[in-house]
Design a protein around this ligand. Structure first.
Ligand code: AHM
Ligand code: MG
Length: 335
C-alpha cells in the first residue's frame, strides 16, 4: 500500500483551497514538530527513576520538569516563532499569550491544552495535546485583546489532537472530514492510518465519572441512567468505560461509538459548569465529532454555538454518537 504522509496530505489540502498561501501549512508543520518533541519526552517518562524525579536534577545534571509544563513551554517556544500567529492561549496560562514584537506574525489564533490527562502519566495511561485554530476576528495591531480572538467553536478553521498512547496518533479536521495519522517512529513521520473517520450513529459505551452522582442535578442523573436501563428506547446494552484522560476516552468512543459525559456538578458551588474548558477541550473535540457525523452539547446548546465570554470558561459536555447524544438532549429538553 502507498503510504500517505501528513505532509503530503497538507500539501494536497493547500492545493485544493482557493487562495491558500501556505501559511496554514507552516503553522501545522510547526505544531507537528512540537508534538514529536513532546512524544519523545512522554516516552521517556517511565525512566523517571533513572533520569531523576520532577524538581530533581537528572544524570546529565539538568533540571527535570513536570511534563505538562515541559509540553507547554515547547509549544509556546516553537509556535510563537512560526510566523503566522497573532496570539495563543494555553490551558496552563491564565492570560492570552502575545507574540513578541520582534517576531513575524499573522492572523491565526492557536488554543491548546498542552498535555491533557497528565495526572495519569505515572501509570502509563495515554495522554494528549488538544489544539484549536481560529482566525483573528478584529483589529490588526501587535497587542491582541480577548475581543479580537474569542469566537464560538463553529468559527474554528481546524481542530485536533495528538494522542501519546501505544502509538502516537494525530487526529484532525480542517472542515473536510476527520483524518487520522500514526507516527512511524522509524521514519519520524505521521502516516495516514485512519482516512475519513465516521463515528458510529449509536455506540455501546458510556463514559462518565459516576462517583459524582450525588452532586448531579436530576436531568443529569436521568441522562446517565438511560444508558443502564435495559428497557430504554436505546434498545441495547451499554458498557461503562472511563479512563479519566479526555483524549483517550474521546478517541476510543470516536472509533467505536458511544458517549462521553462530563456534566455540571455541585461539588464546588462556585464552579457549577463542570471541569472541562470550552475553548481548549470541548470546542475542538466538538468540531471533530461533528465532522465525523456525531454531536456535542452542553445539554441545551450545541457546544459549537456557545459564545465564549472568557478564555478559561468551563462547560458541561456530552459528546459522541448522534443517537446517544440526542437522547441526552431530549432528556434535558423535557420540563
Ligand atoms: P487536566 O486538563 O487537568 O488534565 O484535567 C482534565 C482531565 C480530562 O482528561 C479528564 O476527562 C478529566 O480531567 C477527568 O476528571 P475526573 O477525575 O474529575 O473524572
Ligand atoms: Mg485538560
Amino acid at each position: 500500500m502507498r503510504q500517505i504522509s501528513v505532509t503530503e496530505h497538507l500539501q494536497l489540502h493547500q492545493k485544493n483551497t482557493p487562495g491558500a498561501t501556505g501559511r496554514f501549512t507552516s503553522l501545522f508543520n510547526e505544531l507537528i514538530l512540537s508534538a514529536k518533541i513532546i512524544h519523545r519526552e512522554v516516552n521517556k517518562a517511565g525512566l523517571v527513576d533513572i533520569l531523576g524525579e520532577t524538581g530533581d536534577r537528572n544524570v546529565q545534571d539538568e533540571e527535570v520538569q513536570k511534563l505538562d509544563e515541559y509540553a507547554n513551554k515547547i509549544l509556546i517556544h516553537r509556535m510563537q516563532r512560526c510566523g503566522v500567529l497573532c496570539a495563543m492561549s494555553s490551558e496552563e496560562q491564565a492570560d492570552l499569550i502575545q507574540i513578541p514584537r520582534n517576531f513575524p506574525r499573522g492572523d491565526y489564533f492557536l488554543v491548546f491544552d498542552p498535555l491533557d490527562g497528565s495526572s495519569n502519566i505515572d501509570a502509563n495511561v495515554s495522554i494528549g495535546t488538544i489544539f484549536s485554530i481560529y482566525r483573528r476576528k478584529h483589529g490588526s495591531g501587535d497587542q491582541v485583546e480577548l475581543h479580537d480572538v474569542l469566537q464560538k467553536g463553529s468559527e474554528q478553521v481546524a481542530a485536533g489532537y495528538f494522542l501519546y498512547g501505544s502509538s502516537t496518533v494525530l487526529i484532525f479536521t480542517t472542515g473536510d472530514g476527520v483524518h487520522g495519522f500514526t507516527l512511524d517512529p522509524s521514519v519520524g513521520e505521521f502516516l495516514l492510518s485512519h482516512p475519513d473517520i465516521r463515528t458510529p450513529e449509536q455506540g455501546r459505551i458510556y463514559s462518565v465519572n459516576e462517583a459524582y452522582w450525588h452532586y448531579w442535578d436530576r436531568k443529569t442523573q436521568d441522562s446517565v441512567t438511560v444508558f443502564k436501563d435495559p428497557n430504554s428506547e436505546l434498545g441495547r446494552l451499554y458498557s461503562l468505560r472511563y479512563i479519566g484522560s479526555l483524549v483517550s476516552d474521546f478517541h476510543r468512543n470516536l472509533l467505536y461509538g458511544g458517549i462521553f459525559m462530563y456534566p455540571a456538578d455541585f461539588r464546588d458551588p462556585k464552579k457549577p459548569h463542570g471541569k472541562l474548558r470550552l475553548l481548549c477541550e470541548a470546542a475542538p473535540l466538538a468540531m471533530l465529532v461533528r465532522q465525523a457525523g456525531g454531536m456535542a452539547t452542553d445539554g441545551l446548546n450545541p457546544i459549537l454555538d456557545i459564545e465564549p465570554q472568557e478564555l478559561h470558561q468551563r462547560t458541561p459536555l456530552f459528546i459522541g454518537s448522534r443517537i446517544d447524544v440526542s437522547k441526552v438532549q431530549e432528556i434535558f429538553a423535557t420540563e
